[in-house]
Design a protein around this ligand. Structure first.
Ligand code: GLP
Length: 270
C-alpha cells in the first residue's frame, strides 16, 4: 500500500463568510486536527525550509501529535524548517519543573523535538529587559517570510466584553503592534488561574497582530462551544482591537479555520 493510500478522506463542510476564505467544519476535534496536519504536511513537502509559527495551548495538542506521527512514519521531514514561538509568559524559563506553564518547554516537548526542527527560535522569557527581547525576536521574525502561522483563540467574556485573543494580543491592543510585552486581560488571568490552576505571570511576550498578519497562511483551530462563542465575536462582531482575532478578517484570503461542529453551532446565536 502506498503511503498516500493510508490517508482517509475526512468529512467536513464549509461555512461561507464575507472575509474569511475557508471555514472548514469537522464532526470532531480529532478530524479537524488531522485535516490541519495534512495541510501543513503538504506545505512542508513543497517548501521543506518553511518557517512556521507554532501556537501553544490545549487546542493544538492533537495537531502536533498528528504531525509527530507523520514525521515518525517518514511521510514528511521538518528538519530543515524553522520554528517560531507565538508567545511566552514573562517572566518564564524553559525548566518545566520551575515553570510548568511555560511555552518553551511545551514547544520543545511537543513540536521542536518530535518534529526534529533544528532551527528553533525560542523567545527568552527570562530576558532582563522584556522590550529588548521583543525587539530581538521581531528582527528574527522579519528576517524571513513566515509560511504558516498556527493559531488558537482565547476565551471571550460577555461580561467584560473583552477576550478572543490571538497569541497574547489582548483586547485593546492595536493591530499595528509587532512583538511586544503584553499585560494579560483579567479574562485570560482567570482562565489561567481558576480554570487551569496555573501560577503564571500577568505579562507575556507575544507576536503582535501585525506579525501574525504578515504570514503567508494563517491556520486557526478551535473546538467546543466556548471557543465557538469567542469565534462568533471575532467573525461577526465589530472588527477592531476589542476583538483581536477579528484582525484576521483584514487578511481573510490567507486564513483557514479548522473547527468542530460544537464551535460552529454557536455562530447562529449572534
Ligand atoms: C494561550 C496562548 C495562545 C493560545 C490560546 C488558546 O494562552 N496564548 O497561543 O492559542 O491561549 O489556548 P487553548 O488552546 O489552551 O485554549
Amino acid at each position: 500500500m502506498g503511503l498516500e493510500a493510508k490517508i482517509s478522506v475526512l468529512p467536513y463542510y464549509e461555512i461561507k463568510h464575507p472575509e474569511i476564505s475557508r471555514i472548514r467544519v469537522f464532526p470532531t476535534p480529532e478530524e479537524a486536527a488531522q485535516a490541519a496536519a495534512e495541510e501543513i504536511i503538504g506545505v512542508v513537502r513543497v517548501n521543506p525550509q518553511a518557517a512556521i509559527t507554532y501556537a501553544t495551548g490545549d487546542t493544538v495538542i492533537p495537531l502536533y501529535e498528528n504531525l509527530a506521527r507523520a514525521v515518525k512514519e517518514g511521510r514528511v521531514d521538518f528538519s530543515e524548517t524553522s520554528g517560531f514561538h507565538l508567545d511566552e509568559y514573562y517572566p518564564c524559563g524553559p525548566d518545566i519543573n520551575e515553570y510548568p506553564h511555560g511555552f518553551v518547554a511545551y514547544l520543545r516537548q511537543r513540536v521542536f523535538t518530535p518534529l526534529g526542527i533544528k532551527n528553533a527560535n525560542e523567545m527568552n522569557g527570562l530576558a532582563p529587559e522584556g522590550e529588548a527581547e521583543a525587539k530581538r525576536y521581531d528582527s528574527l521574525l522579519s528576517a524571513q517570510p513566515i509560511e504558516i502561522a498556527i493559531l488558537g483563540i482565547g476565551p471571550w467574556s460577555a461580561e467584560t466584553q473583552t477576550g478572543c485573543h490571538i497569541a497574547f494580543n489582548e483586547s485593546g491592543t492595536p493591530f499595528s503592534e509587532k512583538v511586544h510585552v503584553q499585560t494579560l486581560d483579567p479574562v485570560t488571568l482567570m482562565r489561567d488561574r481558576q480554570e487551569r490552576g496555573q501560577d503564571s505571570p500577568e505579562r507575556a511576550l507575544t507576536q503582535g497582530v501585525a506579525n501574525i498578519l504578515e504570514a503567508r497562511r494563517i491556520f486557526l483551530l478551535a473546538y467546543g462551544e466556548k471557543k465557538g462563542q469567542s469565534l462568533r465575536e471575532a467573525l461577526f462582531g465589530e472588527i477592531g482591537p476589542q476583538r483581536p482575532a477579528s484582525a484576521l478578517r483584514l487578511q481573510g484570503q490567507k486564513v483557514t479555520l479548522f473547527i468542530d461542529e460544537a464551535a460552529a453551532s454557536q455562530f447562529g446565536k449572534l
